[in-house]
Ligand binder design. Structure first.
Ligand code: SF4
Ligand SMILES: [Zn+2]
Ligand SMILES: [Zn+2]
Length: 313
Protein backbone atom coordinates (compact mmCIF):
# COMPACT_ATOMS: atom_id res chain seq x y z
CA UNK A 1 0.00 0.00 0.00
CA UNK A 2 1.22 3.53 -0.85
CA UNK A 3 1.38 6.37 1.69
CA UNK A 4 -1.84 8.40 1.47
CA UNK A 5 -0.03 11.68 2.02
CA UNK A 6 2.95 11.68 -0.36
CA UNK A 7 1.45 8.93 -2.58
CA UNK A 8 5.00 7.87 -3.32
CA UNK A 9 6.64 5.82 -0.54
CA UNK A 10 5.29 2.56 0.86
CA UNK A 11 2.98 2.98 3.83
CA UNK A 12 4.51 1.77 7.11
CA UNK A 13 1.78 2.76 9.58
CA UNK A 14 -1.84 1.88 8.98
CA UNK A 15 -4.33 4.18 10.76
CA UNK A 16 -7.88 2.86 10.25
CA UNK A 17 -9.29 5.38 12.74
CA UNK A 18 -8.10 8.20 10.43
CA UNK A 19 -8.81 6.19 7.31
CA UNK A 20 -5.14 6.65 6.41
CA UNK A 21 -1.77 4.98 6.04
CA UNK A 22 1.56 6.78 6.09
CA UNK A 23 5.21 6.23 5.24
CA UNK A 24 7.58 6.94 8.19
CA UNK A 25 8.29 10.57 7.20
CA UNK A 26 4.64 11.43 6.63
CA UNK A 27 3.69 9.64 9.85
CA UNK A 28 6.15 11.89 11.75
CA UNK A 29 4.44 14.93 10.23
CA UNK A 30 1.00 13.56 11.14
CA UNK A 31 2.00 12.64 14.72
CA UNK A 32 3.72 15.96 15.46
CA UNK A 33 0.74 17.83 14.11
CA UNK A 34 -1.66 15.88 16.34
CA UNK A 35 0.44 16.75 19.40
CA UNK A 36 0.76 20.40 18.34
CA UNK A 37 -3.00 20.71 17.86
CA UNK A 38 -3.53 19.08 21.26
CA UNK A 39 -1.19 21.57 22.96
CA UNK A 40 -2.70 24.58 21.19
CA UNK A 41 -6.35 23.59 21.66
CA UNK A 42 -6.23 24.07 25.45
CA UNK A 43 -3.08 26.24 25.69
CA UNK A 44 -1.31 23.45 27.58
CA UNK A 45 2.17 24.92 27.18
CA UNK A 46 3.76 28.27 26.55
CA UNK A 47 7.25 28.82 25.07
CA UNK A 48 8.24 30.52 28.34
CA UNK A 49 7.38 27.43 30.41
CA UNK A 50 9.89 25.31 32.31
CA UNK A 51 8.46 21.85 31.78
CA UNK A 52 8.99 18.94 34.15
CA UNK A 53 8.32 15.79 32.09
CA UNK A 54 7.48 12.73 34.20
CA UNK A 55 9.24 9.78 32.61
CA UNK A 56 8.70 6.17 33.61
CA UNK A 57 10.97 4.51 31.04
CA UNK A 58 7.93 3.43 29.00
CA UNK A 59 7.19 4.53 25.43
CA UNK A 60 4.61 7.25 26.11
CA UNK A 61 6.63 9.37 28.49
CA UNK A 62 9.89 9.05 26.52
CA UNK A 63 8.11 9.93 23.27
CA UNK A 64 6.60 12.92 25.08
CA UNK A 65 9.97 14.14 26.34
CA UNK A 66 11.51 13.60 22.90
CA UNK A 67 8.82 15.54 21.04
CA UNK A 68 8.73 18.41 23.56
CA UNK A 69 12.50 18.81 23.17
CA UNK A 70 12.06 18.74 19.41
CA UNK A 71 9.40 21.47 19.67
CA UNK A 72 11.98 23.55 21.54
CA UNK A 73 10.46 23.57 25.03
CA UNK A 74 12.72 23.96 28.06
CA UNK A 75 12.36 20.51 29.63
CA UNK A 76 13.82 18.28 32.32
CA UNK A 77 12.82 14.68 32.98
CA UNK A 78 11.77 13.36 36.38
CA UNK A 79 12.13 9.63 37.02
CA UNK A 80 10.53 8.20 40.15
CA UNK A 81 12.10 4.85 41.01
CA UNK A 82 9.14 2.97 42.49
CA UNK A 83 11.29 0.28 44.11
CA UNK A 84 9.61 -2.51 42.11
CA UNK A 85 12.57 -4.91 41.77
CA UNK A 86 14.17 -5.51 38.37
CA UNK A 87 11.40 -3.65 36.56
CA UNK A 88 12.38 -0.38 38.27
CA UNK A 89 16.10 -1.01 37.68
CA UNK A 90 15.54 -1.60 33.96
CA UNK A 91 13.25 1.43 33.65
CA UNK A 92 15.81 3.67 35.36
CA UNK A 93 18.53 2.47 32.97
CA UNK A 94 16.36 3.31 29.94
CA UNK A 95 15.58 6.79 31.25
CA UNK A 96 19.20 7.60 32.08
CA UNK A 97 20.41 6.32 28.69
CA UNK A 98 17.70 8.30 26.86
CA UNK A 99 18.63 11.49 28.73
CA UNK A 100 22.39 11.03 28.32
CA UNK A 101 22.02 10.52 24.55
CA UNK A 102 20.38 13.97 24.41
CA UNK A 103 22.87 15.71 26.68
CA UNK A 104 20.43 15.75 29.61
CA UNK A 105 20.42 14.40 33.13
CA UNK A 106 17.17 13.11 34.54
CA UNK A 107 16.14 14.08 38.06
CA UNK A 108 15.76 10.83 40.02
CA UNK A 109 13.66 10.30 43.14
CA UNK A 110 14.33 6.91 44.70
CA UNK A 111 11.35 5.74 46.76
CA UNK A 112 13.49 3.20 48.62
CA UNK A 113 15.62 6.08 49.86
CA UNK A 114 12.52 8.11 50.68
CA UNK A 115 11.29 5.18 52.79
CA UNK A 116 8.21 4.52 50.62
CA UNK A 117 8.94 1.80 48.03
CA UNK A 118 5.57 0.91 46.46
CA UNK A 119 5.27 -2.85 47.23
CA UNK A 120 6.18 -2.54 50.94
CA UNK A 121 4.25 0.69 51.49
CA UNK A 122 1.13 -0.87 49.94
CA UNK A 123 1.44 -3.94 52.13
CA UNK A 124 1.96 -1.98 55.34
CA UNK A 125 -0.80 0.53 54.67
CA UNK A 126 -3.24 -2.19 53.48
CA UNK A 127 -3.87 -0.33 50.23
CA UNK A 128 -3.71 -1.27 46.56
CA UNK A 129 -0.27 -0.76 44.98
CA UNK A 130 -1.64 1.49 42.24
CA UNK A 131 -3.51 3.71 44.74
CA UNK A 132 -0.33 4.14 46.79
CA UNK A 133 1.67 4.72 43.61
CA UNK A 134 -0.76 7.46 42.51
CA UNK A 135 -0.52 9.33 45.84
CA UNK A 136 3.27 9.08 46.00
CA UNK A 137 3.84 10.09 42.36
CA UNK A 138 1.50 13.09 42.58
CA UNK A 139 3.30 14.22 45.72
CA UNK A 140 6.76 14.12 44.15
CA UNK A 141 5.60 15.66 40.85
CA UNK A 142 4.46 18.68 42.84
CA UNK A 143 7.34 18.75 45.27
CA UNK A 144 10.06 18.55 42.62
CA UNK A 145 8.26 21.04 40.35
CA UNK A 146 7.65 23.59 43.12
CA UNK A 147 11.10 23.30 44.70
CA UNK A 148 12.99 23.57 41.40
CA UNK A 149 11.01 26.34 39.76
CA UNK A 150 9.14 24.38 37.06
CA UNK A 151 5.98 26.06 35.83
CA UNK A 152 4.24 22.92 34.55
CA UNK A 153 4.27 19.13 34.96
CA UNK A 154 3.70 17.06 31.79
CA UNK A 155 2.73 13.38 31.77
CA UNK A 156 2.57 10.92 28.87
CA UNK A 157 -1.10 9.89 29.10
CA UNK A 158 -2.39 9.09 25.63
CA UNK A 159 -5.84 8.85 24.08
CA UNK A 160 -6.27 5.19 25.14
CA UNK A 161 -5.43 6.07 28.76
CA UNK A 162 -7.86 8.97 28.84
CA UNK A 163 -10.69 7.15 27.04
CA UNK A 164 -10.42 4.13 29.36
CA UNK A 165 -10.35 6.40 32.38
CA UNK A 166 -13.45 8.14 31.06
CA UNK A 167 -15.22 4.83 30.58
CA UNK A 168 -14.35 3.81 34.16
CA UNK A 169 -15.54 7.15 35.55
CA UNK A 170 -18.81 6.87 33.63
CA UNK A 171 -19.38 3.24 34.62
CA UNK A 172 -19.24 4.28 38.27
CA UNK A 173 -20.73 7.77 37.83
CA UNK A 174 -17.76 9.43 39.48
CA UNK A 175 -19.04 13.00 39.01
CA UNK A 176 -16.07 14.64 40.70
CA UNK A 177 -13.54 12.62 38.72
CA UNK A 178 -15.37 13.42 35.49
CA UNK A 179 -15.18 17.08 36.36
CA UNK A 180 -11.42 16.84 36.87
CA UNK A 181 -10.78 14.79 33.74
CA UNK A 182 -9.14 17.09 31.24
CA UNK A 183 -5.77 17.45 29.42
CA UNK A 184 -5.22 20.59 31.52
CA UNK A 185 -5.40 21.04 35.29
CA UNK A 186 -4.61 24.70 35.96
CA UNK A 187 -2.16 25.93 38.58
CA UNK A 188 -3.91 25.99 41.97
CA UNK A 189 -1.27 28.13 43.73
CA UNK A 190 0.52 27.13 46.95
CA UNK A 191 2.94 24.86 45.09
CA UNK A 192 0.28 22.98 43.10
CA UNK A 193 1.62 23.56 39.60
CA UNK A 194 -0.27 23.16 36.32
CA UNK A 195 -0.55 19.57 35.01
CA UNK A 196 -0.84 18.80 31.31
CA UNK A 197 -1.22 15.75 29.08
CA UNK A 198 0.06 16.81 25.64
CA UNK A 199 -0.44 13.32 24.07
CA UNK A 200 -4.22 13.28 24.68
CA UNK A 201 -5.04 13.19 20.94
CA UNK A 202 -2.71 10.33 19.94
CA UNK A 203 -3.42 6.66 20.52
CA UNK A 204 -1.18 4.12 22.21
CA UNK A 205 -0.51 2.42 18.90
CA UNK A 206 0.44 5.74 17.24
CA UNK A 207 2.77 6.58 20.14
CA UNK A 208 4.36 3.12 20.00
CA UNK A 209 4.85 3.45 16.22
CA UNK A 210 6.40 6.91 16.63
CA UNK A 211 8.76 5.63 19.36
CA UNK A 212 9.73 2.63 17.28
CA UNK A 213 10.33 4.57 14.05
CA UNK A 214 12.36 7.19 15.92
CA UNK A 215 14.49 4.45 17.48
CA UNK A 216 13.58 5.36 21.06
CA UNK A 217 14.66 2.55 23.36
CA UNK A 218 12.03 2.05 26.07
CA UNK A 219 10.98 -0.58 28.60
CA UNK A 220 8.60 -2.87 26.75
CA UNK A 221 7.38 -4.86 29.75
CA UNK A 222 4.49 -3.47 31.76
CA UNK A 223 4.77 -2.71 35.46
CA UNK A 224 4.24 -6.06 37.25
CA UNK A 225 1.63 -4.41 39.48
CA UNK A 226 -0.53 -3.59 36.48
CA UNK A 227 -1.94 -7.12 36.10
CA UNK A 228 -4.97 -6.36 38.25
CA UNK A 229 -5.33 -2.69 37.36
CA UNK A 230 -9.00 -2.19 36.46
CA UNK A 231 -8.03 0.41 33.85
CA UNK A 232 -6.74 -2.46 31.69
CA UNK A 233 -10.21 -3.98 31.56
CA UNK A 234 -11.68 -0.73 30.25
CA UNK A 235 -8.80 -0.45 27.78
CA UNK A 236 -9.48 -3.93 26.46
CA UNK A 237 -13.20 -3.21 26.13
CA UNK A 238 -12.49 -0.06 24.14
CA UNK A 239 -9.93 -1.82 21.95
CA UNK A 240 -12.56 -4.38 21.03
CA UNK A 241 -15.01 -1.65 20.05
CA UNK A 242 -12.28 0.27 18.20
CA UNK A 243 -11.38 -2.81 16.20
CA UNK A 244 -14.96 -3.19 14.98
CA UNK A 245 -15.63 0.52 14.62
CA UNK A 246 -12.41 2.50 13.99
CA UNK A 247 -12.51 6.05 15.32
CA UNK A 248 -14.91 5.31 18.20
CA UNK A 249 -12.30 5.81 20.92
CA UNK A 250 -11.40 9.25 19.67
CA UNK A 251 -15.08 10.22 19.19
CA UNK A 252 -15.77 9.10 22.72
CA UNK A 253 -13.05 11.15 24.41
CA UNK A 254 -13.00 14.19 22.14
CA UNK A 255 -16.80 14.27 22.28
CA UNK A 256 -16.66 14.23 26.08
CA UNK A 257 -14.29 17.21 26.15
CA UNK A 258 -16.55 19.16 23.79
CA UNK A 259 -19.80 18.33 25.55
CA UNK A 260 -18.35 18.23 29.05
CA UNK A 261 -19.93 21.49 30.27
CA UNK A 262 -23.51 20.70 29.34
CA UNK A 263 -23.16 17.10 30.36
CA UNK A 264 -21.71 17.82 33.79
CA UNK A 265 -24.14 20.65 34.47
CA UNK A 266 -26.97 18.17 34.21
CA UNK A 267 -25.09 15.49 36.15
CA UNK A 268 -23.88 17.60 39.08
CA UNK A 269 -25.91 20.78 38.80
CA UNK A 270 -22.60 22.67 38.70
CA UNK A 271 -21.90 25.54 36.30
CA UNK A 272 -18.70 24.25 34.68
CA UNK A 273 -19.41 25.35 31.09
CA UNK A 274 -16.83 22.81 29.95
CA UNK A 275 -13.98 25.06 31.04
CA UNK A 276 -10.89 23.24 32.20
CA UNK A 277 -11.41 22.23 35.79
CA UNK A 278 -10.04 24.74 38.24
CA UNK A 279 -9.11 23.11 41.53
CA UNK A 280 -10.31 24.86 44.66
CA UNK A 281 -7.92 26.42 47.08
CA UNK A 282 -6.23 24.16 49.56
CA UNK A 283 -6.85 24.84 53.22
CA UNK A 284 -3.22 25.20 54.15
CA UNK A 285 0.12 23.50 54.48
CA UNK A 286 0.83 20.02 55.74
CA UNK A 287 2.09 20.29 59.33
CA UNK A 288 4.63 17.51 58.65
CA UNK A 289 6.16 18.43 55.27
CA UNK A 290 4.71 21.81 54.28
CA UNK A 291 3.02 20.54 51.10
CA UNK A 292 -0.36 22.08 50.18
CA UNK A 293 -3.22 20.06 51.64
CA UNK A 294 -6.94 20.13 52.44
CA UNK A 295 -6.35 18.37 55.80
CA UNK A 296 -3.89 18.88 58.64
CA UNK A 297 -1.34 16.53 57.08
CA UNK A 298 -1.10 15.68 53.38
CA UNK A 299 -2.06 12.30 51.87
CA UNK A 300 1.58 11.37 51.41
CA UNK A 301 2.54 12.03 55.05
CA UNK A 302 -0.53 10.14 56.28
CA UNK A 303 0.45 7.20 54.08
CA UNK A 304 4.05 7.32 55.27
CA UNK A 305 2.95 7.44 58.89
CA UNK A 306 0.59 4.51 58.47
CA UNK A 307 3.22 2.41 56.71
CA UNK A 308 5.81 3.37 59.34
CA UNK A 309 3.56 2.41 62.26
CA UNK A 310 2.82 -0.94 60.69
CA UNK A 311 6.55 -1.60 60.13
CA UNK A 312 7.30 -0.83 63.81
CA UNK A 313 4.81 -3.44 65.05
S1 SF4 B 1 0.73 -0.23 37.39
FE1 SF4 B 1 0.23 0.65 39.36
S2 SF4 B 1 2.11 0.42 40.59
FE2 SF4 B 1 2.69 0.12 38.44
S3 SF4 B 1 3.34 2.15 37.74
FE3 SF4 B 1 1.15 1.96 37.23
S4 SF4 B 1 0.09 2.87 38.99
FE4 SF4 B 1 2.20 2.45 39.64
ZN1 LIG C 1 4.51 9.59 2.70
ZN1 LIG D 1 2.95 16.19 54.07
Amino acid sequence: MKCKRCRNAAAAVDLPSHNSAFCPDCFFVFFRRQVEVGIRKYSLLDPSDRVLVCVSGGKDSLVLWDILMEFGYDTEGLYIDLGIGDYSDRSREKVLAFAAARGKEAIVVDLRREGVPIPETAKRSHKEECAVCGTVKRYFFNRVAASRGFTVVATGHNLDDEASRLLGNLMHWHGEHLERQHPLLPDAGEGLVRKVKPLWRVSEMETAAYGFLKGIDYVVEECPMSHDATSLVYKEALSLIEEKMPGTRSNFYLGFLTKKGTFLNSLTGAETNGAPFSPGETSGKCTACGAPTYAETCGFCRLKEKAGKEAAR
